[in-house]
Design a protein around this ligand. Structure first.
Ligand code: PMP
Length: 536
């Protein structure tokens, strides 16, 4: 099946479309009506699909993305379509008997059905779910029996590298509802999580010996993905709002290829919301400034956004009443800081999305959003690597998100998560205010994510008098905390460039994993450790 024909207009940037009628943008309540109008869902084995089948006509009134082949690696340029995946398109021919592929017969899949019990909005807690959750059943032959658009026969067989059309539709609509990318030819493809998608980004965009731009403290695993590929980090200074655009501009403007022994970097890896490890969130203004620098130096921005929906309520302190939750989906969506994707007039952003922090990391499902040209290269790569995310996971997510919750229920779930995280973050901040010695411990309340970044004024450590180094003091505090039965992460573990001398000292605490009572106990132990260490 081919995608619905986009509106018949030339969408290049130089075309004046001002006199053409502009279709209404997709809305949460408008999804069912839009689905009625659009082309049929492809329900065959390994059916080919693309986001073009699911985007609303409003998308196609925008200009097309710029071309970025000059940024592709040798590997990316040399990939061809998988011969065998391509042959699967003939399976949709009515009456065809396939002896051609290596697809096993579903008769031999030892699964007749799968039952999952999930929350019924608004009862999202574990307790409410165990008492009054809904049991969703995925059967082997639901498509044939007309009870669903997706079944185990399809989900458990091989699929296309884009992921199954059924789940791709949901994430495509979600992307349009939340980010409304400002160019026409954006696409999504499902991934086996952001860790894997980042690894693929590097293979598509870089060569050994290249530098990549990263926040000076960054997600350790993202750096550890890059280094064995022969890449080096160019650490961009940060403040409480993350990346400092002028500093990034300086680094790039003054790049000396000879001295650095490498071409000027053109890939920025950033975690704009609830950054790991610092918890910083870039404001809309900050993002616009970073995007301008990216345009000036022709940078591809990889925005890794697992914490985007962990944007919390404003922190108001212990004694003020908590602000009420967003009153509507619209208010919720408007309260979210704009993503780089939503500012991306050029198509230079690769957005990494993940279900890990908002549904469950063990699903190993995420998706990317980028221009058609870039997504096509990802798909070529996935065809011969991950192939597609787990069919069991895709089925479970489809049942929950599409058939049960729909976009409206998913947004309710995300609002619920926002309130839960706000509660935990507030508990941690109250404990910090109660216990930590202010003369040496400083922090800014995080507005998103899972992390609290505590700065310790190590210059006041008594060990300085006997010549102890900063690194020795950091290690001593860390080990002393372990002795006090509390585990925090050392800031230095997250340095993007280990050769940069650290002036400051940080510890990272998460409020995601423990109850409020446990958080309180942990922070009181850390406070005791600091008092011991600093002789306070
Ligand atoms: N990116 C960041 C910034 C993270 O903090 C994490 C998890 N800690 C991931 C990606 C991992 O995402 P996934 O589970 O989708 O691979």
């Amino acid at each position: 099946m081919s995608p619905p024909a986009p509106l018949d207009i030339d969408m290049r940037g130089d075309t004046d479309t001002s006199s053409l009628p502009v279709p209404n943008p997709l809305t949460v309540n408008g999804v069912p009506a839009w689905r009625e109008k659009m082309a049929q869902m492809p329900t065959g084995v390994a059916a080919a699909c693309s986001s073009d089948m699911f985007k609303s006509p409003a998308c196609y009134t925008k200009p097309k993305a710029k071309r970025f082949e000059h940024r592709f690696s040798i590997e990316a340029k040399s990939r061809k379509a998988s011969t065998l995946k391509n042959a699967a398109r003939f399976l949709k021919n009515p009456g065809i008997i396939s002896l051609g592929g290596g697809l096993p017969s579903p008769e031999y899949f030892p699964f007749e059905h799968l039952d999952i019990k999930v929350p019924t909005p608004p009862g999202f807690s574990s307790e409410a779910t165990s008492q009054s959750g809904t049991v969703l059943r995925a059967g082997k032959h639901d498509i044939r029996e007309g009870s669903s658009l997706y079944d185990l026969e399809i989900a458990l067989n091989y699929g296309q590298a884009t992921g199954a059309a059924q789940l791709l539709r949901f994430v495509t609509e979600h992307t349009e509802l939340i980010h409304s990318p400002p160019y026409a030819d954006w696409q999504c493809t499902l991934t086996a999580g952001s860790t894997y998608a980042w690894d693929t980004c590097l293979r598509l965009l870089t060569e050994r010996g290249d530098f990549i731009l990263m926040e000076e403290y960054t997600f350790a695993s993202a750096a550890e993905t890059a280094f064995p590929l022969g890449l080096k980090a160019l650490a961009v200074p940060i403040d409480e709002q993350g990346l400092i655009p002028d500093a990034m501009d300086d680094l790039l403007t003054n790049w000396d290829e000879q001295a650095r022994g490498a071409r000027k970097p053109f890939v920025l890896y950033t975690i704009p919301t609830g950054q790991n490890p610092t918890g910083a969130t870039q404001s809309a203004e900050r993002r616009r400034a970073v995007y301008k620098v990216a345009q000036k130096h022709d940078i591809i921005i990889v925005e890794d956004e697992p914490y985007y929906f962990l944007q919390m309520q404003p922190y108001v302190g212990k004694d003020a009443p908590s602000p009420p939750p967003p009153a509507s989906h619209d208010e919720f969506i408007k309260s979210l800081v704009p993503s780089f994707l939503s500012l991306d007039v050029d198509g230079r952003v690769v957005r990494l999305e993940s279900f890990s922090k908002v549904v469950a990391p063990g699903t190993r499902v995420g998706w990317i959003v980028a221009s058609e040209q870039v997504v096509e290269r990802f798909v070529r790569n996935f065809e011969t690597s991950s192939q597609n995310p787990s069919g069991v996971s895709q089925m479970v997510l489809y049942k929950l998100l599409d058939e049960h919750w729909g976009h409206s229920g998913y947004l309710d779930w995300l609002i619920n998560l926002r309130m839960e995280y706000t509660h935990r973050r507030d508990a941690l901040l109250h404990s910090c205010e109660k216990y930590l010695p202010r003369e040496i411990a400083h922090w800014a309340p995080p507005s998103a994510g899972m992390f609290h970044w505590i700065e310790i004024d190590w210059h006041k450590h008594p060990g300085i008098a006997s010549g102890k180094t900063r690194d020795a003091i950091e290690e001593e505090i860390f080990l002393s905390a372990v002795d006090h039965q509390v585990l925090l992460s050392r800031g230095s573990w997250f340095k993007a460039d280990s050769s940069v001398v650290e002036e400051k000292m940080f510890f990272r605490a998460t409020y995601a994993a423990a109850s409020s009572e446990k958080i309180d106990e942990a922070i009181s132990r850390f406070a005791e450790c600091l008092r011991d260490q600093f002789k306070l």
